[in-house]
Design a protein around this ligand. Sequence first.
Ligand code: G1P
Length: 301
Amino acid sequence: MKKIRKAVFPVAGLGTRILPATKAIPKEMLTIVDKPLIQYAVEEALEAGIEHFIFVTSRGKSSLEDHFDVAFELEATLHARGKSRASIAHTQLEPGSVSYVRQQSPLGLGHAIWCAREMVGDEPFAVLLPDDLMLGSPGCLAQMVAVHNEHGGNIVCTQRIDPEHSARYGIVIPEQRIGSVTRISGMVEKPAPADAPSDMAIVGRYILEPDIMALLATQERGAGGEVQLTDALARAAAKGNSFGYEFQGRRHDCGDATGFVIANLAVAMMRPGMTGAVEDFWSAQNAVPGVADTERSHVAL
Ligand code: G1P
């Protein structure tokens, strides 16, 4: 089985679900505790053995490029003060291992992936949607690479959802369970609950065979008037060798404010040195009657 060396990070989206935070800051640069979302995805990819990082960007996203570049003044200051560089580890990727390509028009996830075709070339590759923060050990992509080594084909990461929420996701058509994976015969992008073929939703990690690019090139617009990756994957699945993998871990959708806040709490609760303070805050909140209500009305102002 060919090694998965390349990963595509679609980061061209406007982040309209979390305005005004994303008016001037790319949503991928919003921080979960002390690291931008994009860095969690990059670290997950590094752990999975990825060697080449391809960012599909758009206007206003240059801070992403700066984040993974050398920060000369910062480094010089840390050095002069005798401070460790550990806090900026993994922000400098191997020279030549990062590529950027622009998606000039917001035509959808499928179109964004297609924009990376020349950089991907003729080998299987990973796709990571950074809004989906995947917490797990080993990381979600490392789990999926192990599955790809065994089965090959196109692999989508899945999670069981409340069927009422099917219109937020791509939903797979399961065919047969084989060990830790489910062979799938198709998938549908954002179906209404009544039309959803299952409760297995696609979440933001994929391993794709390179021939998906040819399917994307001819893919007509689908849900939301956009070129959907799910629709091209459905065509590939009809020919076989497509799998859903239910990953071991927890996913947080950081593309909206609620998911973003919960992700911050979840990461803080796991962070040595922070867990106690967060727990103390919660118990103090709960111990004082009415405090939560007062705070809520203050926030509403
Ligand atoms: C995208 C995909 C969808 C998938 C979702 C996971 O949708 O098109 O199939 O279920 O990511 O987060 P988006 O959230 O970009 O609308």
